[in-house]
Ligand binder design. Structure first.
Ligand SMILES: Nc1ncnc2c1ncn2[C@@H]1O[C@H](COP(=O)(O)OP(=O)(O)OP(=O)(O)O)[C@@H](O)[C@H]1O
Ligand SMILES: [Mg+2]
Length: 311
């Protein structure tokens, strides 16, 4: 398999400065053809800047990026990529259909192919019945699905999506995620930026974590989780509000975090801690409303890895 290894994206020392700010700082990574690659990071980490360099919207200051062997920004690289940019918008005063036709024209897709693909795509995203309506009458979820169709109208080999589910409700987000899996199953490589650990976990075969312009980790979601396997936790809520100081003092607790009405207690030994928590609740004569033992999440990995980079 290794001998056939054929990277869809190859990035070397890619860098972007905005004045004094190093928005993207000499990053290196490869994305295998056919993969769904997740690019995770907090606000301002450099995700969008990276996508913009890869899709040729902006130039890098240093380093290189190849898309299917073509230099990022070249016409060839642009022709084989589909893009759903951050904060993208379709033309609001055109219908969904006409937006698709406009995009098809930009990519030089023949009229017959454009019609055929547009109908297929609209059916797939359940927008067929609204294709003649102006986009300004679409909901946010509908607009996002149309943007995905627009990115796919040229039948690209590789798809770049910058936070495609951000701001969508759970159902719409799930719909998009299912679509992405479907698109990937048909052989398309997907580069996806997200804040959402669950999303990365569900969709991606590999994940890079970027913080302050630097890649801090790059691996499978599973391995990133294993890397912080010490970080088991218990999420617990009690009948009454408790003093977090009390919880910090329980043996085996390494960290306490408040999450709404629940507390997350980190520990290397969750089963031992569960017993101590039952004892604690008895001693305070209050009930435990819920108690869940959690394996380390990708979010834990993310926090552990990005906090290391904080000044
Ligand atoms: N056009 C610009 N001019 C100046 N600074 C910029 C510009 N675009 C981005 N930046 C800065 O570069 C850094 C990285 O921004 P970028 O948009 O890539 O982050 P991001 O990871 O996409 O964040 P978010 O999750 O909020 O979308 C930020 O500090 C941002 O303020
Ligand atoms: Mg962004």
């Amino acid at each position: 398999m290794e001998t056939n290894y054929n990277p869809a994206i190859e990035v070397s020392q890619l860098t972007k400065n905005y004045g004094e700010l190093l928005a993207v700082d000499h990053i290196d990574f490869r994305v295998e053809t056919g993969a769904i690659f997740g690019f995770l990071g907090p606000n301002g980490a450099g995700k969008t800047t990276t996508v913009r360099m890869l899709t040729g919207v902006i130039r890098s200051d240093e380093g290189s990026a190849q898309i299917m062997g073509h230099s990022a920004g070249s016409l060839n690289a642009k022709q084989i990529a589909g893009v759903v940019p951050e904060m993208a918008n379709a033309y609001l005063d055109l219908s969904g259909w006409n937006n698709l036709m406009l995009m098809a024209k930009l990519y030089g897709v023949s009229k017959d192919d454009a019609h055929k693909r547009a109908n297929e795509l609209l059916a797939k995203v359940e927008l067929a019945s609204r294709k003649g309506s102006l986009v300004q009458t679409y909901s946010k979820g509908m607009k996002q699905r149309l943007l995905l169709c627009m990115a796919l109208i040229s039948d690209p080999q590789i798809l770049f999506l910058d936070e495609p589910t951000s701001g969508l409700d759970v159902q719409s987000a799930r719909f998009i995620k299912n679509l992405l899996q479907d698109i990937n199953a048909r052989g398309k490589t997907i580069f996806l930026t997200t804040h959402d650990m669950d999303e990365a976990n569900q969709l991606c075969s590999r994940v890079a974590i970027i913080n302050k312009g630097k890649i801090v980790a790059i691996d499978t979601p599973e391995k990133l989780r294993m890397a912080i396997s010490g970080k088991h936790s218990i999420e617990i809520s009690f009948q009454y509000k408790v003093n977090t100081k009390d919880l910090e003092e329980i043996a085996g607790v390494t960290e306490v975090r408040l999450l709404g009405d629940k507390c997350r207690l980190y520990t290397p030994d969750p089963s031992d801690l569960a017993i101590r928590l039952v004892d604690y609740s008895k001693s305070k004569q209050m009930k435990i409303v819920s108690l869940n033992i959690l394996a380390p999440s990708l979010e834990d990995a993310f926090v552990a890895l990005t906090e290391g980079g904080k000044p």
